[in-house]
Design a protein around this ligand. Structure first.
Ligand code: NAD
Length: 419
């Protein structure tokens, strides 16, 4: 079943979601043609010297979907599974995400086809610096600002910032976000995605009459988004009953200690084998008895093949694109509240926006101020999406897409067509 999921094309999924919202908005065919495809797709093939002296050529992408509301913004992913269609889908979702939370960015995404787990830190640094140089023709603090995503982190952002700055001849901290604090990173950026997931889940729980105290949470993926969500939901009083990574899942109906699981993963490379837990499959984590499910790994994992077996009442999408349109319909029918990715995980890009603003002003805020501002934005976005869903008697994804797409279409319309 998981193989079937793997052949799923995220771009087709993104376009299908777009068409559905465009239909409800009665967007003109001309506007649909503009918005349904990316503005710009850059493919780069570049050589990197490996530690053993050999030279390997890698392929990478950087895609701008739409920049009518502001500079392009989006993460960079390192994975053997990166494809141009995946990057295109993720760039489109970034456009809608920035619009749904009302921050002045357009959508972008980047990726390099590589297996970072089999590369040394020195090889990763050379790959990053060369990829940054190759895409430097379209990135910049006022044109396109990358950030971390799957298998990239603050160190990778530091190398990109340094490479770009070397070419400019002076330090340009605002060219990337998700940087270390010592070079212009923001307080709160590391926890931002998971913090945003918690804020919107609080609203959804209120909406459905669920108490977070004691609620059972299952999380797929134990990286930046997943492991921090585990910590924050645990601190909120939830019971983390299952988590997973690429190697498998673990389950304990009495609850897992997220900090101990993280230490175990850091030491052993996986959550699998955590003492006192029962081993389950990556897929099982989506289907165990729980109240809240947080997919925090990758696209296309909740499909028509397993949506019926999802037991959670709330699905909070920390990952981008985890639910297929067919699965969405099944979940909506059985009354599961899905908080869609473009809303649920928008905390990351929102604090990235704060980081960019702080860098441009060289004036930095404290973590309390950042968390307060983030909460206002996430709660406001949730309320607008929930209101739209009520108005159209539809799920939150369609409502969020309608809200976002209408904002992007308005900006596109009002700017006019050049020349
Ligand atoms: P990460 O690399 O830190 O962690 C990814 C985790 O998912 C790892 O534990 C990995 O083992 C697991 N994983 C990867 N592929 C898997 C698979 N096929 N099955 C099961 N587990 C798998 O990445 P991240 O930054 O936490 O990103 C996770 C998701 O959240 C992605 O969809 C990403 O686009 C999305 N997201 C991240 C951020 C952010 O700020 N980091 C912001 C918004 C959205």
């Amino acid at each position: 079943m998981y193989d079937e999921v793997k052949v799923l094309n995220p771009y087709h999924m993104a376009v299908q979601q777009f068409e559905s919202a465009a239909e409800h908005l009665k967007l003109s065919e001309d506007m649909r043609e503009i918005l349904r495809q990316p503005k710009r797709e850059l493919t780069v093939n570049f050589p990197v010297r490996l530690d053993n002296g050999r030279i390997k050529t890698f392929t990478g992408y950087r895609v701008h979907h739409n920049v009518n509301r502001g500079p392009a913004k989006g993460g960079i992913r390192y994975s053997p599974e990166v494809t141009l269609d995946e990057v295109k889908a993720l760039s489109m979702w970034m456009t809608w995400k920035c619009a749904v939370v009302g921050i002045p960015f357009g959508g972008a995404k980047g990726g390099v086809i590589c297996d970072p787990k089999s590369m040394s830190p020195a090889e990763l640094e050379r790959l990053t610096r060369r990829y940054a140089t190759e895409i430097s023709i379209i990135i910049g603090p006022h044109s396109d600002i990358p950030a971390p995503d799957v298998n990239t982190n603050s160190q990778v952002m530091a190398w990109i910032m340094d490479t770009y700055s070397m070419h400019e001849g002076y330090s340009v901290s605002a060219v990337v976000t998700g940087k270390p604090l010592s070079i212009g990173g923001s307080e709160g950026r590391n926890d931002a995605t998971a913090t945003g997931v918690l804020f919107v889940t609080r609203q959804a729980a209120k909406h459905t009459g669920m108490r977070l105290q004691g609620a059972r949470v299952s999380i797929q993926g134990y990286g930046n988004a997943g492991s921090i969500a585990a910590r924050l939901f645990h601190a909120e009083g939830c019971k983390i009953v299952a988590v997973s990574d690429t190697r498998g899942g673990i389950y304990n109906e009495s609850g897992l200690d997220p900090a101990a699981v993280l230490r175990f993963k850091q030491e052993r490379g996986s959550v699998v084998g955590f003492p006192g837990s029962q081993a389950v499959s990556v897929q099982d984590v989506l289907e165990v008895p729980c109240d809240i499910l947080i997919p925090a790994a990758t696209e296309g994992v909740i499909t028509r093949a397993n949506a019926d077996r999802v037991q959670a009442r709330i699905v909070a999408e920390a990952a981008n694109g985890p639910t297929t349109p067919e699965a969405d319909a099944i979940l909506f029918k059985k009354g599961t509240l899905v908080i869609p990715d473009i809303l649920a995980n928008a905390g990351g890009v929102t604090v990235s926006y704060f980081e960019w603003v702080q860098d441009l002003q060289s004036f930095f805020w404290n973590v309390d101020e950042i968390t307060r501002k983030l909460e206002v934005i996430m709660n406001r976005a949730y309320a607008s999406v929930a209101e739209k869903a009520e108005q159209y008697s539809c799920d939150l994804r369609l409502a969020a897409n309608m809200l976002a797409i209408s904002r992007v279409a308005e900006a596109t319309q009002i700017r006019g067509i050049y020349p």
